[in-house]
Design a protein around this ligand. Structure first.
Ligand code: HAM
Length: 430
């Protein structure tokens, strides 16, 4: 292959597109219901935003960023996630001055230089929400509930929710000190990353996925035992609210997530339909991030889910979105009839009727073959005898009948017949 696909990327082909549209449409309409508004930010940002925002000791910043220098000698990075850019835009555009709270959502490609495998790409897509300006634990519960509601709406089953609290700047040093005391003796047996993080960000060690390291973490002290009063109260309220909302969840005291900005609540939604990369959605509270990257102190909470992973689960579960809109095929018989059919196709489309014509064909056999292949609802046949009578022959592909219609009535007839078939199919599907 002269130009192979770049490793870790994929083409999203038309046959997969209905799943993407289904997810995007359902997300937009649900976010609107919860009063979130869409925001779009650039695909690249200054590198420093991610180094400061996501944290220097995270896998993303240490190993996974697509960073380059542009022709003006600026260090730029393809965004590896959406939260830091949204917060940058929130500050840059002074959104905090306009409203007390900003509820924003976004969809788009993200980039991480990770080892590709099923469900893990170097270019992938996230859909996420960020709720800025709300400190109340109701907002953590609302964000978790929105994620669960969205996956319910999409018809995804086999999902489970895990929640934790990683504390705040008051209790984090206590948590980290206890972890260090516990891990200290096993340090030489842990991986290089864990050894380094022991000195820089001990909490990050809990995020290590290597099985050898994980064996040392099983008897780890529960980080929630070191929470300050405020963090304990906040967490208890969050789990009380999500419980009252009827959301099944489990508490995972080692869920620290791979980004440094989290304070208090962290959560993930995991699917039993995916392999090793089974986390479909992750999020949490990040009360320090706005302040840290130059804005006013602003509490915030949000989540993002991976669209590729959601599509993978949907494909396993459903046939329902493979249905295509019915199509009309226009078949001129002989090249002399083509020009009038070309204008008819334009007229039908302007009247809202989806149609197709093959300019390279003019015989009945190959055009009917093509109409069958396209699974059209109607095929319009226009030959010499129809031209003489100023009519067109409508072949009903499903019902098999043929009806000759005066040329000037064709749009009205097709609209009417399409609606009739639609009503009949709605009745049988009921
Ligand atoms: P994250 O856990 O890094 O969180 O990513 C969220 C989701 O993006 C993951 O659960 C996964 O479905 C998807 N994802 C991540 N990396 C890949 C990859 N390489 N290939 C395919 N899918 C992937 C964040 O990014 C946070 N910004 C979420 C957040 C929003 N927290 C608060 N607000």
């Amino acid at each position: 292959m002269k130009y192979p696909l770049s490793r870790g990327t994929k083409d999203i082909l038309p046959e997969e597109m209905p799943f993407w549209h289904y997810i995007e449409t359902a997300s937009r309409s649900l976010f609107d219901l919860y009063n979130y508004q869409e925001i779009r930010t650039p695909i690249f940002e200054v590198t420093d935003l991610f180094e400061r925002g996501i944290g220097n000791s995270t896998d993303i910043v240490e190993k996974e960023m697509y960073t380059f220098t542009d022709k003006g000698d600026r260090r730029l990075t393809l965004r590896p996630e959406g939260t830091a850019p949204i917060v940058r835009a929130y500050i840059h555009n002074g959104l905090y001055k306009k409203e007390k709270t900003s509820k924003l959502y976004y969809c788009g490609p993200m980039f991480r230089y990770e080892r590709p495998q099923a469900g893990r790409f170097r270019q992938f897509h996230q859909i996420g929400v960020e709720n800025l300006g709300n400190a109340h634990p109701f907002s953590d519960a609302e964000v978790i509930s929105l994620g669960v509601h969205l996956f319910d709406e999409l018809g995804l089953s086999g999902l489970s929710v895990s929640v934790n609290s990683v504390g705040c700047p008051v209790c984090r040093p206590v948590i980290e000190e206890r972890l260090k005391q516990f891990i200290g003796g096993s340090l030489p047996f842990l991986c290089e990353d864990c050894q380094r993080r022991f000195h820089t960000k001990p909490l990050r060690i809990l995020d290590c996925k290597k099985p050898t390291c994980k064996t040392y973490f099983s008897a780890m002290p529960n980080i929630q035992d070191s929470h300050c009063h405020e963090c304990r109260d906040h967490f208890n309220s969050v789990i009380e609210y999500i419980d009252s909302l009827g959301i099944p969840f489990k508490i995972d005291t080692q869920l620290v997530r791979g980004l440094d900005y989290y304070t208090r609540t962290t959560f993930e939604i995991v699917s039993d339909q995916l392999g090793a990369q089974n986390t479909i959605c992750g999020g949490g509270r990040y009360d320090g991030l706005v302040d840290q990257i130059g804005g006013p102190p602003t509490p915030a909470v949000g989540f993002a889910f991976g669209v590729e992973r959601a599509v993978m689960v949907l494909k396993e579960l459903s046939d329902l979105i493979k249905k295509k809109d019915p199509l009309i095929f226009v078949a001129p018989l002989g090249f002399a009839q083509q020009t009038r059919c070309f204008y008819l196709v334009d007229e039908l489309r302007r009247a809202g009727l989806k149609c197709e014509m093959d300019y390279s064909k003019s015989d009945i056999k190959s055009q009917l073959k093509q109409a069958n292949k396209l699974q059209t609802e109607f095929t319009l046949i226009y030959g010499e005898s129809e031209a003489e009578k100023n009519t067109i022959l409508v072949k009903h592909m499903v019902e098999g009948k043929q009806v000759e219609i005066p040329w000037e009535n064709i749009v009205e007839y097709l609209h009417h017949e399409h609606q009739r078939l639609q009503n009949a199919s709605d009745l049988t599907n009921r």
